[in-house]
Write a protein that binds this ligand. Structure first.
Ligand code: UT7
Length: 318
């Protein structure tokens, strides 16, 4: 038994914050942000709009694309680092909003690698025969954990959600998943604050050593692309679409260049929504699936990298 993606969906909140808007908030320029990151704008969740609300809208689209009803789903795996609550999980809150009362639902926390971790997890549950149809979601409200006075980080992130429906299938589908982590890098990207005895202890805003993250990201994305194709007896030239974590267009193009992947095979949406952490890969995947770039039979390499540090790949025959 294998698993196959049968529908994709995504959602970006209505409010758009452009680079020009940020010029009046911190000492930055549209030119600097575009040249260093490729980002032009990001979306910001409305007051009261939580991760599970964004996830709901992306999930409904994915279900419609798959021609399924919420009740057809027996597993929800939701990747987020910005959950609605300490508990219950945002996956359970999404399940409630979808009106599903059976199956399993849980969150996965692997920051910007979250979607790849969630997809790999759901794939294993389907392969084992334990579940038949999974909703796999990446959803984030990173705008709520940013220091809006820190130009080194606040210009880089945004809110959004992406989802896929994964279904049991005799044919793959997902060819392989490879996950990695090295907690020794916890210090270069983190949000250290946490709730303790009714108070927030430590700084609850995102901290990052941008240069160190950039170097590590390019290295591990290259390594895990080679690992994925070798494990499947394929070549890098077989890849039709490279859907990497959308953090910085320079990370994507540097990595693709090292791998010999042509720029036109890279799906890039970071200009429109900035870094949405766990939502970025399914957001990009949905755009390329809907605009007709990704066609049946295409080989799609998804790669995530983020805090932890965590990284990994999922290789899919569409
Ligand atoms: O999901 C993983 C999460 N994170 C990432 O993927 C981010 C990875 N890192 C990056 O994308 C890049 O390192 C950044 C975009 C964060 C920074 O780009 P950079 O080319 O590495 O710039 P830098 O940090 O070396 O900074 C260059 C200059 C500095 O000024 P000085 O020291 O040269 O005078 C910064 O203070 O740019 C300055 N700077 C800014 N200037 C205008 C930093 N942020 C800004 C800003 N606007 N927003």
């Amino acid at each position: 038994m294998r698993s196959r993606i049968v529908g994709t969906g995504s959602y970006l909140p209505e409010k758009v914050l452009t680079n020009r808007d940020l010029e009046s908030m911190v000492d930055t320029t549209d030119e600097w942000i575009v040249a260093r990151t490729g980002i032009r704008e990001r979306h910001i969740a409305a007051d009261g709009q939580a991760t599970s609300d964004l996830a709901l809208l992306a999930s409904r689209q994915a279900l419609a694309a798959a021609g399924l009803r919420p009740g057809d789903i027996d597993l929800i795996v939701l990747a987020t680092s910005t959950p609605d609550m300490v508990f219950p999980s945002s996956a359970c809150l999404l399940q409630k909003k979808l009106g599903i009362r059976h199956g399993a639902a849980f969150d996965v926390q692997a920051v910007c690698s979250g979607f790849v971790y969630a997809l790999a997890t759901a794939d294993q549950f389907i392969r084992s025969g334990m579940h038949k149809r999974a909703l796999v979601v990446g959803a984030e409200v990173f705008s709520r954990i940013l220091d809006w006075k820190d130009r080194g980080t606040c210009v880089l992130f945004g809110d959004g959600a992406g989802a896929v429906v994964l279904e049991a299938s005799a044919e793959p589908g997902i060819l392989s998943a490879h996950l990695h982590a090295d907690g020794a890098y916890a210090d270069i990207l983190n949000t250290p604050g946490h709730v303790c005895a009714g108070k927030v202890l430590g700084d609850p805003t995102l901290k990052m050593d941008g240069g160190a993250v950039f170097k590590l990201a390019v290295r591990v994305l290259e390594e895990c692309a080679r690992e994925a194709v070798e494990a499947n007896g394929l070549k890098l030239s077989d890849i039709d679409w490279f859907v990497a974590h959308q953090a910085n267009v320079r990370i994507i193009t540097h990595t693709a260049k090292k791998l010999g992947i042509a720029p036109e095979k890279c799906v890039v949406t970071v200009d429109r929504h900035a870094n949405t952490s766990a939502a970025s890969i399914p957001l990009a995947l949905d755009v390329a699936a809907r605009d007709g770039r990704i066609k049946p039979g295409d080989l799609v390499l998804m790669e995530g990298v983020g805090g932890g540090f965590t990284w990994g790949s999922v290789l899919v025959r569409w």
